[in-house]
Design a protein around this ligand. Structure first.
Ligand SMILES: Cc1cc2nc3c(=O)[nH]c(=O)nc-3n(C[C@H](O)[C@H](O)[C@H](O)COP(=O)(O)OP(=O)(O)OC[C@H]3O[C@@H](n4cnc5c(N)ncnc54)[C@H](O)[C@@H]3O)c2cc1C
Length: 572
């Protein structure tokens, strides 16, 4: 083991904190001390084990456009071997929210693994998620198809068309808020049918209070004309299902990677290696104070559950704790404007009710009979219930459920810490979830075997509130040369695991290079998804060619982009 002269205190044992610790141990002589306030590693990406049934808070797909991140993951968990022997060793195409890439069967020189016999495995899963609305399932992303029109009914579809036409001819002159933005893009009726209620459930504020800029950043121009043209062309040239069509459908299936025991398995594995290599992980201590001298952080003070304080001197500090709390912890004069912006940062919180069921009431008809529906998750668009999404953990990984004959679901509610939902007792929340799922026809109340409630504060850093002045916080905190803000809440950024990890990796590189300018850390994930879609590396591969041919690059792909971008905001 290397002798380590300098110390880095890392606040938080989530993906960003553990990545920083691992990178420091493998690439430097700096000794990491990770301080985690909870009793489990993984942060928002942890897996909670409730009586042998595992919960993933929010549903974490593993996908990154960065080879570095993908290979890093494969160092810790091996890719599932192909179940078709003829394909053994062949590259595999995974896709996610309109992005797509190949992964080699044996990345990083490691062999692939069989999940039946091995545990450290990254499964390859098909994605399926639909919208539940009017007590019916709609495809996701919503597309103009005979099925959609049939389910919405001719009357509602015509009203959507007419209201769209109205906005094409007479757009709203003012486009300051998200509602006006949506209405000008989709028409009043489509906005109220498919966007308003879900967006407001997720963010907890009316769309009129969210800046239109947010929509402009996330939602690509959608041409309903092109969608109509595409629909008419497709309907008129309907061919019998043949081999080519089958091939196209297969290529359109989104696939993602997923640890056999949920996302937390990755982070438990990394934490184990960090400790094995000599790093320290202290659980159950919450960072309360950060002491500074001139432009450097010197000491981090943390309290355990009894309130006993421990002091940790640091040469470097990585923070993944919410920026707002970091600013409040600083034992120095914080300029009034910085404090004001920090106090004005907003968050959205999240609550999951896990329900173990004998069965779901809704079923999938297959040739082999009626089976469990194959969705990983379902967007609950029904305005008469508070539930926002339903996760079906059996379909993320069969190993998430201890008894495969049972169905293990997560009913997800978006809320604000301290509001009427958040403060309901566990018993009330369980009752609400069961009653709502029964009301919309998903379950029978008598099918519930067991239940649990999990609360996740600050799941979503919000891009409203004081966020537009975030630069004032950033320039103040960047002034502490040995303090590195990384991760999701650590930077108040909508970062997924991969971007959270990349910020940590970049910070470590800056230390190794002696670089004090932190702009390259802030530059991670500033490119919007829709910029990436058209330049995806696999654009010329047969699979994506098939995707593009079937989507005709324009109409359907744009719908996919718009909806994918929209749910980018909802999913993670
Ligand atoms: C609903 C939802 C769905 C998502 N889906 C995906 C997905 O499909 N794919 C994907 O890649 N990502 C997804 N994400 C994003 C992913 O969860 C985050 O990117 C990732 O967990 C961020 O890692 P982090 O280390 O920055 O922060 P966190 O995971 O938040 O970890 C921070 C850690 O710091 C600890 N901490 C906080 N304050 C203190 C303190 N004062 N003292 C000590 N410890 C402290 C916390 O307890 C926590 O363990 C999703 C997120 C949500 C909310």
């Amino acid at each position: 083991m290397r002798k380590r002269a300098r110390t880095a205190v890392i606040i938080g044992a989530g993906p960003a904190g553990l990545t920083a610790a691992y990178e420091l141990l493998t690439r430097s002589d700096i000794c990491p001390i990770v301080i985690e306030m909870s009793d489990q590693v993984g942060g928002i990406s942890r897996t909670v084990n409730y009586r042998g049934n595992r919960i993933d808070l929010g549903g974490h797909r593993f996908f990154s456009k960065s080879d570095r991140v993908m290979n890093w993951w494969f160092q810790h968990l091996s890719l599932q071997e192909s179940d078709a022997p003829a394909n053994a060793g062949a590259p595999l195409r995974v896709s996610y929210q309109g992005k797509s890439r190949e992964v080699a069967a044996a990345p990083g020189g490691k062999g692939s693994a069989d999940p039946q016999n091995q545990d450290r495995v990254m499964l390859v899963r098909n994605r399926k998620s639909r919208i539940y609305f009017l007590r019916k399932f709609f495809d996701y992303p919503i597309s103009l198809s005979a099925d959609t029109i049939g389910k919405l009914g001719l009357l509602r579809t015509s009203a959507i068309g007419v209201s769209y036409m109205r906005r094409v001819l007479f757009p709203l002159k003012e486009q300051k808020n998200l509602e006006q933005f949506f209405i000008n893009r989709f028409g009043d009726k489509l906005y109220r049918t498919f966007f308003k209620s879900y967006t407001e459930k997720v963010w907890g504020v009316p769309c009129t209070e969210i800046d239109a800029e947010w929509g402009a950043q996330r939602i690509k121009e959608l041409s309903i004309w092109k969608s109509i043209k595409h629909f008419v062309k497709k309907t008129l040239s309907r061919k019998p299902a043949g081999v080519a069509q089958k091939g196209t459908e297969t290529s359109l299936i989104e696939r993602f990677l997923y640890p056999k025991y949920g996302p937390g398995q990755m982070w438990e594995e990394v934490a184990r290696k960090v400790q094995e290599m000599g790093g320290t992980i202290i659980m159950g201590q919450s960072v309360r104070q950060i002491e500074t001298r001139e432009n450097r952080v010197t000491t981090v003070v943390a309290a355990d559950v009894q309130g006993k304080l421990s002091r940790y001197d640091a040469d470097f500090v990585f923070s993944t704790m919410p920026v707002q709390q970091l600013v409040r912890s600083l034992q120095t004069a914080v300029p009034a404007n910085v404090r004001e912006v920090s106090d004005g940062l907003m968050y959205r919180d999240f609550l999951t009710v896990g329900l173990l069921l004998e069965d779901l009431k809704i079923k999938e008809e297959t040739k082999q009979g009626r089976k469990l529906i194959s969705d990983n998750w379902i967007y609950i668009q029904e305005p008469d219930v508070l539930a926002g999404r339903l996760q079906i953990f059996n379909n993320w990984s069969p190993w998430m459920v201890s008894d495969p004959r049972k169905v293990w679901v997560g009913v997800e509610y978006f809320c604000n810490e301290g509001d009427a939902l958040w403060t309901r007792s566990d018993a009330e929340m369980k009752r609400l979830a069961v009653e709502e799922l029964a009301r919309i026809g998903m379950i029978q109340e008598s099918a519930v075997v067991d239940s649990v409630v999990l609360r996740m504060p600050k799941a979503y850093p919000a891009y409203f509130g004081a966020y537009s002045r975030f630069d004032e916080i950033r320039s103040f905190l960047d002034g502490f040369e040995n303090l590195f803000l990384v991760g999701r809440n650590g930077m108040h950024r909508y970062n997924n695991q991969d971007h959270s990890m990349l910020t940590a990796m970049t910070a470590v590189e800056n230390i190794l290079a002696g670089r004090t300018d932190k702009s390259n850390i802030w530059d991670v994930n500033t490119e919007m998804d829709y910029h990436e879609v058209r330049s995806e590396p696999g654009a010329s591969t047969p699979a994506s060619a098939a995707h593009q041919a079937s989507a005709e690059t324009s109409a359907e792909l744009q719908t996919v982009e718009a909806s994918a971008s929209l749910t980018d905001a909802h999913e993670g």
